[in-house]
Design a protein around this ligand. Structure first.
Ligand code: NAD
Length: 380
């Protein structure tokens, strides 16, 4: 039986990092056919990737503009495109596909400029197209449990937020190591590909989005320091935020935090309790009720509510992981696409949208502006 939905990808050749994760995540659910691609500007890598996935030769494109136009003209053209190129190209690729009437899923950060992000929000609305952003960590079951518990008042009124996303993969930037091999992701250090920020754009935006997702709080203003250690872009940043309800939060993102691999940790403190979630142990959530002992809640247990529990794919005790978090975002996006095709409302669909992408771009600019201005408060 033919699949209900078709997708294509820009970027993500076999040597790239995140494109393959997207493909695997989409495949967890079986409703989508992988039909077209422009995986690299390098023709050999483009062909090699297409062959690996048995993509018909007529649907392998050397240029994303040609792909958008030709796919839009086909009766069996793709329903959505997945953009997994470096940051510098997100805006033009997304705009091209939206202009051709094709729904989009784009990697974060959405684009370089706030005006570009606003344009993409307007264009998606004007064309009536879905636009998802892969803020991956919102797809985990225990993230959804955290969101539900906060909404139900389990920790009461929020008093403070503390979150960090720390890695050490750029530690050699502090003191170069002769002959050390650089990995594929080094474009992140180059403003031409990364934009005005490296670390804040790459991982700080995940904190910004995650905290908003679980708490509903919006940042009103922030002040920040960034550290470049003599390089073009930031490798470490400390950020104090003030939300629209006057509560403060402290964020730290770093790529030079020795001994930390992919340490996204989010702690929310309320008048009646606190919650803490760690990306490296994603199946667990630490809940401390006021006056009670800390409790470790786990995915798939009976006390996990139906809605959040439905995002869990295998019984508790069998670790899930990043692929499932990604797959949950895609499952909701694809369900929304099918609903939209069938004329149903997609208002309550649970996936990060282009509006969250815009918030991320505003966040990056505010952090960089504040750091440049002696850590002055910057309104968002
Ligand atoms: N959501 C997440 O958790 C997450 C994780 C990693 C990366 N990312 C984001 O994903 C994006 C890609 O990151 P990566 O680490 O996979 O990069 P990468 O360098 O590993 O891969 C980039 C890919 O884009 C291709 N490419 C570049 N320009 C192109 C063009 N004009 N047309 C077609 N293909 C082109 C390259 O050939 C390569 O295949 C970045 O925006 C990054 O911030 C997000």
């Amino acid at each position: 039986m033919a699949k209900q939905i078709r997708y294509g990808m820009v970027g993500g050749d076999l040597h790239a990092f995140i494109g393959e994760v997207h493909r695997k995540a989409i495949n967890f659910d079986t409703r989508v056919e992988f039909a077209a691609g422009c995986f690299s500007r390098d023709a050999a890598k483009n062909d090699e990737t297409a062959q690996e996935y048995c993509i018909d030769k007529s649907r392998v494109y050397g240029d994303f503009r040609e792909m958008a136009a030709k796919e839009a003209a086909r009766a069996d053209g793709i329903d959505f495109v997945v953009i997994t190129t470096p940051n510098s190209t997100h805006y033009e690729v997304a705009k091209e596909f939206l202009s051709n009437g094709i729904n989009v899923v784009c990697e974060k950060p959405l684009c370089f400029e706030i005006s570009q992000a606003e344009e993409l929000v307007s264009l998606a609305k004007e064309k009536g197209l879905l636009f998802g952003i892969t803020y991956t960590y919102t797809g985990y079951t225990m993230t959804k449990v955290m969101k539900e518990m906060i909404a139900e008042g389990k920790i009461g009124k929020i008093a403070s937020v503390n979150a960090e996303y720390v890695q050490d993969w750029l530690i050699n930037e502090l003191s170069p190591v002769e002959g050390a091999q650089e990995n594929l992701s080094v474009w992140r250090k180059d403003p031409k590909y990364s934009g005005i920020s490296n670390c804040v754009g790459d991982i700080g935006t995940h904190i910004e989005n995650y905290v908003h997702y679980v708490t509903g709080l919006k940042i009103k203003r922030l002040l920040a320091t960034t550290n470049t250690f003599g390089h073009a872009l930031d490798l470490n940043s400390n950020i104090i935020v003030e939300y629209d309800n006057g509560v403060n939060g402290a964020y730290w993102c770093s790529q030079i935090a020795m001994g930390h691999l992919n340490g996204l940790v989010v702690r929310v403190f309320g008048e009646l309790g606190s919650l803490e979630w760690q990306q490296e142990h994603p199946d667990y959530l630490r809940f401390t009720p006021k006056g009670g002992a800390p409790q470790i809640l786990s995915r798939g247990d009976g006390y996990i509510k139906e809605k959040a529990g439905a995002t869990s794919r295998i019984p508790v005790g069998h670790p899930e992981g990043l692929y499932i978090a990604f797959a949950n975002i895609y499952r909701n996006f694809v369900s929304a696409l099918i609903d939209k095709k069938n004329g149903k409302s997609v208002e309550s669909a649970d996936f990060p949208t282009v509006s969250e992408g815009l918030s991320g771009v505003r966040f990056i600019h505010a952090v960089v502006d504040s750091a440049k201005n002696n850590s002055a408060w910057v309104e968002l």
